[in-house]
Design a protein around this ligand. Structure first.
Ligand code: NZQ
Ligand code: ZN
Length: 385
């Protein structure tokens, strides 16, 4: 196992009815800005629960944070923050709202000129407004982690800092019942691929990390399809298991002390930035291709994954790996997400511009071995045609 320092300070309130706990999390003297997206929280009762919990607080609202949050939208929140001396942000929504709020929190107190530097130049930040999160879509893990992804002019780029980790997060599985099939699928697949990015690398004998990861993968494989089925669509235990899996998949725990990949995500970001494809749907296209192209570097872990996650014991090594990749694709198809570029109407003629964007963004040494060069990314995209 590699050396590591693990610290996750976000206090989690998990379960039905927990939104009321924000009342005691946020100081009553705070001036709060509630940030949210396109309005789903007004239709499913989440907004009412939040407002009810904050009845003793002074709060303002900033809405309209879109999926794949955009710099031009987020920057508008700064006027409101300055005008009302806002000193606490409460993100209510999915990963985009939480990520966007992280950017707002850092930008509001940034003294280094253009706040886009925080993302584009990975400029150092020394302070950020405190953030709380009420999560409505289990997927990204953003509610307890330090990362965020922001888009400007088609450039979708990550940044991260412990200062923007939410102080608390409310995870109420009941609020996920209003999700569309598409968003349920996206969330399950995103959490699945987060786990794979930290699991499917090379072995450092991280037995605990491996077995927790395998537990998360098995849970998502078991519960994901149930959340789409007529019989268990409204089953709160199913939703709770998906929600907790998604948080644990990217709260730092399974990635501590083991190598991490993230090539699938970085290539996927270019598909979202360039073509507007949902985040998870880029991952379901790219991951199987990464498994194929990086097969030798990942051989030992692919075999472990085949056996422990899919129960594959028959055949020689290569057959078992092929079978595991097929099972992964079958699971994605079962969840209703694409597995090929052609499924989203992209083809060989799009590959050059995707590679150019990867180069522009400095994504030229990806993967756990830093050997996924633009040429290897090209092979991955070709394998995904
Ligand atoms: O905007 P509203 O009206 O709220 O609707 C949203 C949005 O249209 C809707 N939604 C959310 N909760 C709902 C709901 N609809 C009904 N009922 C509910 N309970 O779902 C749509 C998608 O929301 P979004 O927040 O975009 O989805 P997700 O949580 O998948 O977040 C995706 C973003 O997170 C980034 C992605 O790149 C993408 O920008 N990621 C962030 C990461 C991180 N911070 O660690 C890691 C991830 O790999 C990922 O990159
Ligand atoms: Zn993701």
């Amino acid at each position: 196992m590699l050396n590591f320092t693990f610290h996750n300070s976000t206090r989690i309130h998990f379960g039905e009815g927990q939104i009321k706990s924000i009342a005691k999390e946020i100081p009553v003297t705070a001036k709060v800005l509630i940030t949210y997206g396109g309005g789903s929280i007004k239709k499913n009762g989440v907004y009412d629960q939040v407002v009810d919990a904050l009845k003793e607080h002074t709060f303002f609202e900033f809405s309209g944070i879109e999926p794949n949050p955009n710099y031009d939208t987020l920057i508008k929140a700064l006027d409101l923050i300055n005008e009302h001396n806002i000193d606490y942000l409460l993100a209510v929504g999915g990963g985009s709202v939480v990520d966007g709020t992280k950017f707002i929190a850092a930008a509001a107190l940034y003294e280094g000129g253009d706040p886009w530097n925080i993302v584009a130049k990975q400029a150092k930040i020394s302070k950020a407004l405190p953030i709380g999160a009420v999560l409505t879509l289990p997927a990204t893990g953003s509610e307890t982690n330090t990362g965020a992804v922001v888009t400007r002019d088609g450039n979708k780029l990550p940044f991260g800092n412990p200062l923007v980790r939410p102080l608390f997060a409310v995870l109420d599985p009941a609020v996920t019942l209003s999700l569309s099939d598409r968003q349920i699928s996206n969330g399950v697949v995103d959490a699945f691929v987060h786990t794979m990015e930290q699991y499917l690398t090379y072995s450092v004998d991280g037995k605990v990390q491996d077995r927790i990861s395998e537990g998360l993968l098995l849970t998502l494989i078991e519960e994901g399809p149930k959340a789409l089925s007529d019989e268990s669509r409204n089953n709160l235990d199913v939703r709770a298991n998906i929600m907790w899996s998604a948080t644990l998949a990217l709260n730092g725990l399974i990635g501590a002390g083991v190598p991490q990949d993230w090539a699938t995500h970085m290539i996927g970001h270019e598909l979202t930035g360039g073509y507007g494809i949902d985040h998870a749907r880029t991952l379901s296209i790219v991951l199987p291709a990464v498994m194929k192209v990086c097969r030798e570097a990942k051989r030992e872990k692919l075999l472990q994954y085949a056996e422990r996650v899919w129960g594959i014991q028959e055949g020689d090594e290569d057959q078992r790996i092929d079978n595991a990749i097929e099972k992964t694709e079958d699971f994605f198809r079962q969840m209703g997400v694409p597995v090929r570029l052609s499924d989203v109407d992209l083809g060989v003629s799009d590959i050059d511009s995707i590679i150019t964007k990867l180069e522009e963004h400095g994504m030229v040494k990806l993967g756990e071995n830093r050997d996924v060069t633009p040429d290897v990314s090209r092979s991955i995209l070709n394998a995904a045609l």
